[in-house]
Write a protein that binds this ligand. Structure first.
Ligand code: ATP
Ligand code: MG
Ligand code: MG
Ligand code: MG
Length: 464
């Protein structure tokens, strides 16, 4: 009999059929006569119940059916009364594919997230991380679907690059030091070759600049790939390696950009509710009773759109009324997540798109406003997280862009290719970057960004 996945098995109603299922034992309980095995194969949050009449099986086999063991079961599909599912399996034959002894770290339930992070290589086997990673997959599909349906092209920007898009000095440098193909001199001594690319190369912090080249050729593109930032501090919303989605669209102004961001997030949230309801419901019931309500809420709400200057006024008024923030708030400051969350959670009780930030706290490429002080930036702020999107209309005017580059002392020799977009047929265009893991924090209700990526990379953590 060929294998049926648990997700498909639980939908079947052809009771009496012989089936085969393979998976990992979650629990085993029962009496001296009958045992019930909860078996999971990762295809769904739900387990299939295997009913085992002990008198039909060898003691040797039964001994090996422990939590974590991998087994293959042939049996009869029957209607279930007690398992919480419509179907279960009456076991006829059981083969132990991989035994699991009592040093298995996941034998008991209810581990802390901190402990599970230490066994990141095994945590996908828990219900929680199974749910999170199935949702992560589904969100990736939703992202491609959203853009593809709207005629955007998926464009691959380089991971190794020489440009520091954000100018924030958070780049990891690429070197050939200590690799196996080291060059040696005539005496056999190693020559360290740091000059593979002929200039200092780094891991990308954003695909935006290259994305702009593409948008000014293909019209509408998006990138979706790994992004690297040497984040110094340990926060629950920063990783050293994360995935970013960056659409870039020719002829879009800042309003179009905000519309796109809002539509995009809502599409992804709707996708999660429509396609991963069991997993979302599990996380809702386990960790965050308000999750489903929050997700449904976002679909109904129109995001608030507000200039930074107005946002600062609201925050200053809150301080005047006695609200305590850890970090000071005044016009010109880059908002901390506590400020962003105050606007969203306390003041508006809806997602907020904050626009027109002071140019000093934003990157060089943003379109400058008439006031000479602000730029056409937009950050999308979400409950519990703060910023999930940063974007802007780009400066399309060659002279203005040049002036800004000079003011900030950005080495021109690094920017000539980028400036060519403004030199040859410049066009208005806009785009944004969404941190994939920040979106996942929202959709899964997890509270630490390390728990929505399989292998979190943070300071002093690159083992597995
Ligand atoms: P933050 O203020 O949280 O440090 P940022 O303003 O530095 O974020 P941007 O340069 O605007 O980030 O990048 C666009 C998006 O990428 C952010 O809105 C966020 O969703 C995501 N992002 C940025 N840095 C990280 C990180 N270290 N880990 C995970 N996601 C990140
Ligand atoms: Mg940052
Ligand atoms: Mg920011
Ligand atoms: Mg930002």
């Amino acid at each position: 009999i060929s294998r049926t996945k648990v997700v498909d098995l639980l939908k079947r109603r052809d009771f009496g059929a012989m089936v085969n299922v393979k998976g990992w034992v979650r629990t085993r309980r029962g009496s001296k006569q009958v045992n019930f095995i909860a078996l999971n194969d990762g295809s769904t949050i739900n387990n299939v119940q295997i009913v085992v009449d002990l008198s039909n099986f060898d003691e040797e086999i039964l001994k090996l059916i422990t939590t974590g063991a991998c087994i293959s079961v042939n049996g009869e599909l029957t209607e279930s009364i007690g398992s919480g599912q419509a179907a279960e399996i009456q076991a006829r034959e059981i083969e132990v594919l991989g035994a699991c002894d009592n040093t298995y770290p996941l034998q008991k339930k209810g581990h802390t997230m901190e402990f599970l992070r230490e066994i990141a290589h095994l945590r996908p086997r828990t219900n929680t991380f199974g749910a999170v990673f199935r949702i992560r997959h589904n969100m990736a599909i939703a992202i491609h679907k959203f853009f593809h349906e709207r005629g955007f092209f998926y464009f691959h920007t380089p991971i190794i690059t020489a440009s520091d898009c954000e100018g924030a000095g958070q780049m990891f440098q690429v070197t050939t030091k200590n690799l196996y193909d080291l060059k040696k001199d005539e005496n056999g001594s190693i020559i360290y070759d740091d000059d593979f690319f002929g200039k200092q190369a780094s891991l990308t912090v954003s695909g935006q600049l290259e994305g702009e080249l593409a948008a000014t050729a293909l019209g509408a593109i998006y990138t979706f790939g790994p992004t690297f930032r040497a984040e110094n501090s340990n926060t629950p919303r920063h990783l050293a390696e994360f995935w970013m989605i960056e659409p870039e669209v020719a002829f879009n102004d800042i309003i179009d950009n905000m519309d796109l961001a809002e539509d995009f997030i809502k599409y992804c949230v709707r996708w999660a509710l429509d396609n991963c309801y069991d997993d979302v419901k599990f996380l809702n019931d386990m960790f965050d009773k308000g999750l489903i309500e929050r997700l449904q809420g976002v679909l109904k709400e129109t995001f608030v759109r507000l200039p930074y200057t107005e946002g600062i006024k609201i925050l200053e008024e809150a301080v005047a009324k006695g609200h305590k923030f850890e970090f000071p708030v005044y016009w010109g400051v880059d908002l901390a997540s506590e400020h962003e969350r105050f606007l969203v959670e306390e003041h508006f009780k809806r997602p907020v798109i904050l626009t027109d930030y002071p140019k000093e706290i934003k990157a060089f490429y943003m379109k400058q406003n008439e006031d000479g002080k602000t730029v056409r930036a937009m950050d999308v702020l979400f409950p519990k997280i703060g910023e999930i999107i940063g974007g802007s209309e780009r400066e399309a005017d060659y002279d203005k862009l040049m002036t800004r580059i000079q003011e900030l002392n950005i080495p021109m020799k690094d920017m000539w290719w980028y400036l060519d977009t403004r030199k040859f047929g410049s066009c208005p265009h806009s785009g944004f970057g969404l941190g994939f893991e920040r979106l996942l924090l929202f959709v899964t209700g997890m509270t630490n960004i390390r728990d929505v990526i399989p292998f979190p990379r943070t300071p002093r953590n690159a083992e597995f």
